[in-house]
Design a protein around this ligand. Structure first.
Ligand SMILES: Nc1nc2c(ncn2[C@@H]2O[C@H](COP(=O)(O)OP(=O)(O)OP(=O)(O)O)[C@@H](O)[C@H]2O)c(=O)[nH]1
Ligand SMILES: [Mg+2]
Length: 214
C-alpha cells in the first residue's frame, strides 16, 4: 500500500480480528456493534474464494473449484478509533460471488445491501485488471458509492506477471479507492486487505454519521 494514496483519517484506527471464543465475549465498554455485508468481485479464477479461505481458515488449495452462485462467510473485527477512543465490533459478512458473467440479474441481486467490496484481479492476466471497471460499475449501480479496495492477487507468480503496482494504482485512483497486492498462496497482505476495507467501512460510517442531521 502506497502511503501517499491513503486518505486522511484512515490511519486513525487500531484493529484486529477476533477468534471464535472472543466473538462470544462481552462487548467492550461503549462498543458500537455493526454488521456489514461485503462482496468479493472480479473475473473467474482470480482468487476470490482462495483469499477468503486464506483469511478465514488459513488454508490454500492449488486446485480450482469454480464458485457457483454465492457463499457467505463471517469474520469479526475489533477496532478502536483512536482520536475519539470509540470502540467498534464489525461483523463482516463476506459474500463470495461467482466470477462467471452469466445470469447478470441474479448477480446484481447478490450485490444488494452490500456496504463494501473487495475487487480482485490476477497479476498474471491483464484483462482481469481491465475488467475491474465493469465490476465496480455494476456493483455501484446497486449499492451506490461504498468503500472498496482494489486487490491484485497472485503476486507470488512474479515471473508471469502482466502488470504491477503502477497499473493497479492507476485503476484504483479513478475511483478514489486504495489498492493492495496479495497472494492467497503465501498469505502476503491477505489480512491487510480485509483490515483496510474494515477501517474504510468504519471511517465511512463515522463520516456519514457526522453529516446526518441532528
Ligand atoms: N499461485 C497462486 N495461485 C492462486 C492464488 N490465489 C488463487 N490461486 C489459484 O487460482 C485458481 C482460482 O482460484 P479461486 O479462488 O477459485 O478463484 P475465484 O476468483 O474464486 O474463481 P470463481 O469462483 O470462478 O469466480 C485456483 O487454482 C487457486 O489455487 C495465489 O495467490 N497464487
Ligand atoms: Mg470462487
Amino acid at each position: 500500500m502506497a502511503e501517499k494514496d491513503r486518505q486522511p483519517g484512515i490511519d486513525d484506527f487500531i484493529e484486529w480480528f477476533l477468534d471464535e471464543k472472543e466473538e462470544l465475549s462481552k462487548p467492550r465498554p461503549k462498543e458500537i456493534v455493526l454488521m456489514k455485508k461485503i462482496c468479493m468481485l472480479g473475473d473467474p479464477a482470480v482468487g476470490k474464494t482462495s483469499l477468503i479461505a486464506r483469511f478465514v481458515y488459513s488454508i490454500f488449495d492449488d486446485k480450482y473449484l469454480e464458485t457457483i452462485g454465492a457463499k457467505v462467510t463471517k469474520r469479526v473485527m475489533a477496532l478502536t478509533h483512536v482520536p475519539t477512543n470509540q470502540n467498534f465490533r464489525l461483523k463482516l459478512m463476506i459474500w463470495d460471488i461467482a466470477g462467471r458473467r452469466t445470469l447478470e440479474h441474479v448477480r446484481s441481486s447478490y450485490h444488494r445491501e452490500a456496504e463494501g467490496g473487495l475487487l480482485v484481479c490476477d497479476v498474471t492476466r491483464k484483462t482481469t485488471l481491465e475488467n475491474m471497471d465493469n465490476w465496480l460499475h455494476s456493483f455501484y449501480s446497486v449499492t451506490g458509492t461504498v468503500p472498496v479496495v482494489f486487490i491484485a492477487n497472485k503476486v507470488d507468480l512474479k515471473n508471469d506477471a502482466e502488470f504491477g503496482e503502477p497499473e493497479l494504482a492507476a485503476a484504483a485512483k479513478k475511483f478514489g479507492a486504495t489498492y493492495i497486492l496479495t497472494s492467497a498462496k503465501t498469505g502476503e497482505n491477505v489480512e491487510g486487505a480485509f483490515r483496510e476495507l474494515g477501517r474504510r467501512i468504519i471511517q465511512h460510517y463515522l463520516n456519514t454519521r457526522e453529516r446526518a442531521p441532528g
